[in-house]
Design a protein around this ligand. Structure first.
Ligand SMILES: [Zn+2]
Length: 359
């Protein structure tokens, strides 16, 4: 199947730092004289792509330690990955995308005096400057490639002390396309250290009209989904597969039309769901007409693109019309302004027809 069948895609769950081109890592490492153990594109690719079993979220996230130090704290590198991301979206016919990242993980000077986790050298790239650079690149990329790229800023589960700053950055950069706050790099569960630092940032986000999405119920327990809804006012759930374990919560999500950002290949390669696709929770989502969309999550470690994830769900029984219906779900549940949403839906109707408006 070719991507021609889906000439207008929308992606709501993709990590900017998980979508860097592998060749870019080599290029930047060379320029910055950072020695990598893997010298050719082939070697680096075979190291980065998660293929070895057993699949676990830890092994998946471990891969980021290879390439984040190459990019973090380098102005040119940060701009390039964000601008190239726009080009890649356009080449996959992704006309609307919300890309997410943690500003602190790309910085080399932390506002709170902490040592930047990935910075090779100290410098002047604060989390605020990271957001500034990426907004510049997204603005230019959106214009050059005729697409819309919005930003979601991620809190990091293990660094609750960063969450308030993430909220402040969402507020400050709202007019530059930052639409929402997220929590990532782990799977939310009740009792996470300094939970209140995360929840208070999300509460403030709601008060300031900043949208909320939360990684939950992926690898961790279903209680994470409940916490996300009740304490963090999440409008969307990243992954959320475990919600099927709690019938009452599942019904509530259906009733409240909570949107699930499903990442099919990622769900398997993080060990979050069984490799036996017949038992994938997505079947229940499909049967019950749950509000979900399809995303690629982290192409650099999955070696995937959005079309491949569409193909994967089609192998699981979704027909082409149903995939298109999920693109309409994404349009309705995206964090663009009401005017932009209306335009996106108009564009979709023009491409796919109006029967999907009712699906
Ligand atoms: Zn994710």
């Amino acid at each position: 199947m070719s991507s021609v069948k889906f000439p207008y895609k929308i992606e709501l769950h993709v990590h900017l730092d998980g979508a860097i081109r592998t060749e870019t890592i080599l290029e930047i490492a060379k320029r910055r004289k950072i020695k990598l153990k893997w010298e050719t594109l082939e070697e680096l690719k075979s190291h980065l792509v998660v293929l070895e079993r057993p699949y676990t979220l830890e092994a998946f996230l471990e891969k980021f330690h290879t390439f984040m130090p190459v990019v973090a704290g380098d102005r040119e590198a940060i701009y390039k990955i964000a601008y190239d991301f726009c080009e890649d979206c356009r080449s996959h016919n992704t006309f609307y995308v919300e890309a997410r990242y943690s500003p602190q993980l790309l910085a080399n000077k932390m506002t709170n005096g902490d040592k930047p986790p990935y910075a090779e050298t100290e410098g002047d790239i604060t989390p605020r400057e990271v957001v500034n650079i990426i907004c510049d690149a997204f603005e230019k990329g959106s214009k050059d490639f005729g697409i819309k790229v919005k930003t979601i800023l991620c809190c990091v589960e293990y660094n609750p002390e960063w969450s308030m700053e993430v909220f402040e950055l969402c507020k400050e950069f709202k007019s530059r396309g930052v639409v929402a706050i997220d929590i990532a790099c782990g799977d939310l569960a009740p009792g996470v250290e300094h939970e209140e630092l995360h929840t208070s940032a999300f509460k403030l986000a709601r008060e300031h009209g900043i949208h909320r999405t939360v990684h939950a119920g992926e690898n961790g327990p279903v209680e994470g989904v409940k916490l996300a809804l009740d304490e963090m006012h999440a409008e969307r759930i990243g992954h959320g597969y475990r919600v099927v374990d709690d019938p009452e919560l599942y019904e509530r999500c259906r009733r409240e039309n909570v949107h699930f950002e499903v990442c099919p290949l990622s769900s398997v390669r993080t060990g979050s769901v069984t490799e036996d696709l017949d038992k994938h929770p997505l079947h229940k989502f499909i049967d019950d007409d749950v509000n979900f969309s399809i995303s690629s999550d982290d192409p650099i470690v999955l070696d995937n693109d959005l079309t491949q994830d569409y193909e994967m769900v089609m192998k699981m029984g979704l027909d082409q019309d149903h995939v298109i219906a999920t693109i309409f779900h994404a349009a309705r549940s995206c964090f663009a302004s009401p005017e932009e949403k209306e335009q996106i839906l108009k564009d979709l109707v023009q491409v796919y027809g109006d029967k999907f408006m009712k699906m």
